[in-house]
Write a protein that binds this ligand. Sequence first.
Ligand code: GUN
Length: 280
Amino acid sequence: MSIIDGKKVASHIKDKLAAEVKILKTKTGKTPGLAVVLVGDDPASAVYVKNKNKTCTNIGFQSFEHILSENTSEDKLLNLINDLNNDDQVNGILVQLPLPSHISSKKILVAINPQKDVDGFHLENVGRLVTGNALFKPCTPAGIIKLLDEYKIEIEGKNAVIIGRSNIVGKPVSFLLLERNATVTICHSRTKDLSSLSRSADILIAAIGKPNFVTPDMVKNNAVVIDVGINRLDGKLVGDVDFASVSKQASFITPVPGGVGPMTIAMLMENTFQAFKNSL
Ligand code: GUN
């Protein structure tokens, strides 16, 4: 069994980006900029936002942090997005999800200029992704594909089973795998006989947010197991996969932390750099 080191891969990507940013800065006098918007004080979201800002600074991006109170109105948030859309220093806009329940995330996401939608969540960008014309691939799904490629894990012709059908991970990663000629199955809370489907997976992706949900009886011998979950259990971070037992059976497995998580931020930086280059 090999452990897929997402931290190392992400670190290489960020180093490469930092070097490219430096060159383009000298050439153009301009700096890539990412605006991150957080509404409310969910502690997990606050940690993600802090990490995004720190990474921006480390690789030479400008970071614009907008932290708004939980009771911010939808109109106020729409106004902010409008300002960011019109700000030339801002190449990428990310609105941290989930939003408080009085704000329609659908309405907010379509207000973002698709050219600055580095999360790839705008309906136009979703349509582009589904048809194989993505402007920006959603960060966690793109990070998963990058990890598979980096470890030379073949995708074409493989059975890929995804547990979880979220708009952020499950659905978009399915389309990316399909684009790479995998045979894709999406499982969810109403799926009947999940274990027999997951046992057919050459590549098994767990993205449901349930600690240690995937157990060895659900995994084929020598499967590649990608764990997207980040759950807090007894003060410790654990994934959706029971790593201790499943790792004995998998050919490759991502750890939590240090697997998919760091890749999400690295891909966000890549998308922002792409948006910056597109703007030049
Ligand atoms: N919440 C959890 N994951 C993500 C993500 O990738 N992007 C945004 N905007 N919010 C998230």
